[in-house]
Design a protein around this ligand. Structure first.
Ligand code: MTE
Length: 322
């Protein structure tokens, strides 16, 4: 998505197969070390006795989410999901987050809930999650760069979390921010974006049952490079809406500014709804490459979640919701 290096995305997407496979092999080796370090972030009560081998700790008490939030499509291997990442706070190459995100400390961690809520506050992540059952939901993730994955997330419905803070009638939007700490997030030493990374949803999008606050994937604690300890997942939108390592949630009346649309409004809009008919100014969105596949596949409108989410945009022109 980098604006300063526009050639970066297309060239990565056309990497020749041999280079791609060699790089995967290298990345898998690098990831072992990084996810091992992510273990320091585990909540004691969430962790069941894990194997001695390095890797993220298993989460206990995870229940299968409702059928509407699953898919029969094969999940992308954990190794790929945890080594091919976008997390610019750790660098702009896909392999940077897995190599560098070990520096992020994910405990203690708290989240500020502010703005148009009757019960604002700064809440420890343990307290934020405690009342909710951890659910597994298998979602497609479609990046604006035209690659996709299928990921079994573990998390809690965002709408149920927000309800506890009692949004007021003026809460029309929900804005999110990622941590800013250049010591822990070395990519922030360069002004790649105007930090902190910021994202936002309309309140009806945020309270849609599909919107998830994820704390894990594959039944395990989220690796740092995937947005530990808490990230958003909104599967009908391009992946850049799914903000990682959240420290602030603000409910407000005005439409919030978001990082990518502030950086380049022509290329990245507020809605970022997946739509094969709306091309990115620099590439088509009609097809996508599922990580692990060589052949491209057609992109699905709203990433295949139209039955569940199209009503949110009734009366709006889908072509303007990029
Ligand atoms: N959140 C933060 N804070 N920083 C980022 O650079 N990248 C976004 C999103 N969330 C990003 C972020 C983009 S472009 C995508 S596609 C997804 O994270 C990628 O998530 P993944 O690395 O877990 O696949």
């Amino acid at each position: 998505m980098s604006i300063r290096r526009p050639a970066a995305i297309p060239s990565r997407e056309i990497t020749d197969e041999e280079v791609y496979l060699r790089r995967r092999h290298f990345l898998q080796a690098a990831a072992g070390a990084a996810v091992g370090m992510a273990l320091t972030g585990c909540r004691a009560e969430e962790v069941s006795a894990g194997p001695a081998a390095p890797g993220p700790a298993a989460l206990s008490g995870v229940v299968k989410g409702p059928a509407a939030f699953q898919t029969d499509e094969p999940s992308t291997p954990f190794e790929d999901v945890s080594t091919y990442n976008n997390f610019y706070e750790f660098g702009t190459d896909k392999e940077d987050p897995a190599r560098r995100a070990g520096s992020l400390r994910t405990r203690p961690w708290s989240v500020a809930i502010e703005g148009e809520v009757a019960r604002p506050g700064v809440v420890a992540i343990e307290d934020l999650l405690r009342p909710h059952a951890l659910e597994e939901r298998i979602y497609r993730l479609r990046c604006v760069e035209a690659w996709s994955m299928v990921i079994p997330w573990v998390g809690v419905p965002l709408g149920e979390v927000l309800k506890r803070f009692e949004p007021t009638s003026k809460a029309r939007y929900v804005a999110f921010e990622t941590l800013v700490d250049p010591e822990l997030m070395p990519g922030q030493r360069r002004r790649i974006l105007d930090w902190p990374y910021r994202e936002a949803l309309r309140i009806d999008e945020a309270t849609h049952p599909l919107a998830l606050l994820a704390v894990g994937m594959y039944g395990k604690v989220l690796p740092n490079q995937n947005g530990a300890p808490l990230r958003l997942v909104v599967p009908w939108k391009y992946g850049f809406k799914s903000i990682k390592s959240i420290v602030k949630v603000r409910l407000q009346e005005a439409m919030p500014e978001t990082s990518w649309s502030a950086e380049n409004p022509r290329e990245y809009g507020f809605y970022a709804n997946v739509n094969p008919e709306v091309s990115h100014p620099r590439w088509s969105q009609a097809r996508e490459r599922r990580i692990g596949d060589w052949k491209k596949r057609p992109t699905l409108y709203l990433n295949g979640y139209a039955d569940q989410t199209a009503h949110l945009y009734k009366g709006m022109d889908p072509k303007k919701l990029y």
